[in-house]
Design a protein around this ligand. Structure first.
Ligand code: NCD
Length: 311
């Protein structure tokens, strides 16, 4: 089994064994990071970000730098030739000559996949529109594995914008590949999980799903509460966003009814959906989660570049 020569566009591109190899290596790196400080010497990561980002781009850059490699790229398409009308196909053909691996974030669903068709280097999807965000899923699963000890038999609740939240789409479909996970979907009616995803979970995988608009009614029976931001940039009009933006605000009071070992996760950035007072709660692991993201991405790139072979 090898990840060399593969792209990561959708988490389904990797088998469970391949995902496992990423988590195992990430855990090794966490234990003894200094052993890995030179493994990407001579390698270059290109970060092509056509949409805003803090964690994804910087954690990729940090990951490559910590392994002794180098980074180049842009964090604003307006400063690249895209502003002159260059296609993603031409951009990636060129970047293939400048770097060994590339991560692309793009507002259009499918853009990283299109890029992968024209690329001679491995492409990683850093988030495409409201579609997928596979490396956030690696981050989320690594967090759950380390803090819960298992990726199966969990009752996972997703709360907020389940329609446009790409991290939710990637995570729920991946968690559904592990046995005995059950899902709760908590969202306003307009922001429900897309029907095609829900349909395939229920009908092809026979997974129990509970849908509700009310967080309080289910909070006592959750192992992982995955909060999300209402995705303002994907709304067609501002009035709808304003109406829905404060649909859920997790605070200390609501947490009184939650399990003592429930994990509160969030891909970040947070807006209003988690009160700052919750940060002190032991169950709040979202900053830890962001930290694990660096290790997940180190492991991913090391395996895709083939610089670490016996994970
Ligand atoms: C997420 C994203 O970009 O989809 N952020 C991230 O990568 N950690 C979540 C979000 O923007 O709400």
């Amino acid at each position: 089994m090898s990840l060399v020569g593969k792209h990561l566009i959708d988490p389904g591109d990797f088998t469970l064994d391949e995902l496992n190899s990423v988590f195992q290596l990430a855990e090794k790196i966490i234990k003894k990071e200094e052993k890995f400080s030179e493994i990407c010497k001579g390698k270059i990561l290109a970060t092509l970000f056509y949409e805003p980002s803090t964690r994804t781009r910087l954690s990729f850059e940090s990951a490559m730098l910590r392994m002794g490699g180098k980074v180049l790229g842009f964090s604003d398409a307006n400063v690249s030739s895209v502003a002159k009308g260059e296609s993603i196909a031409d951009t990636i053909r060129t970047i293939s000559a400048y770097a060994d691996i590339a991560v692309i974030r793009h507002p259009k669903e499918g853009a990283p996949k299109l890029a992968s068709k024209y690329s001679t280097i491995p492409i990683i999807n850093g988030g495409d529109g409201g579609h997928q965000h596979p490396t956030q899923t690696l981050t989320d699963l690594l967090t759950i594995r380390i803090l819960k000890g298992s990726l199966q038999g969990l009752r996972v609740a997703f709360c907020g914008d389940l329609k446009f939240g790409r991290t939710v789409h990637s995570l729920i479909t991946t968690l559904s590949r592990y046995p005995d996970n059950k899902f709760m979907l908590i969202s306003p009616r307009e922001l429900r999980l897309p029907e095609n995803i829900k349909y395939s979970l229920e009908n092809y995988k026979n997974i129990e799903i509970i849908e509700t608009e009310n967080l309080e009614s289910v909070i006592d029976n959750i192992d992982i509460l995955y909060m999300t931001r209402i995705q303002r940039e994907r709304f067609f009009n501002e009035a709808d966003y304003v109406r829905l933006k404060d649909s859920y605000i997790l605070n200390k009071d609501k947490l009184k009814y939650a399990k003592k070992d429930m994990l509160i996760m969030h891909p970040l950035p947070r807006v209003n959906e988690i009160s700052y007072e919750v940060d002190e709660d032991e169950r709040a692991v979202y900053f830890k989660q962001a930290e694990f993201g660096v290790y997940a991405r180190m492991a991913l790139m090391a395996l895709m570049l083939g610089v670490y072979k016996n994970a």
